[in-house]
Design a binder for this molecule. Sequence first.
Ligand code: FES
Length: 96
Amino acid sequence: MPKVKVLNLGLEFEGIENETIMQILYRNGIEVDSACGGHGQCTSCKVLVVQGIENLYPPEFEEEETIQEYGLDPEKERLSCQAKLNGKGDVVIYLP
Ligand code: FES
């Protein structure tokens, strides 16, 4: 099972393919800000992906639009409510 490792908390959680980072964090009691309610329209849930960005599915339309609108770096920053594990490996993140 792929894992999401949260570098600055020293924690790691198992996830499954197609689960979002936010779902995994919530399931394990980690609150993430979600001003838009998890619809990919704000950046309050953004996380820094330190390693394993290739183990997330590429951004879909909604996330892509928001990344561009807010000037995020798509190689390092993802919206946790939208970024889904592709099941191929672990992802290491940093929570801002
Ligand atoms: S909660 Fe708004 S983009 Fe994720």
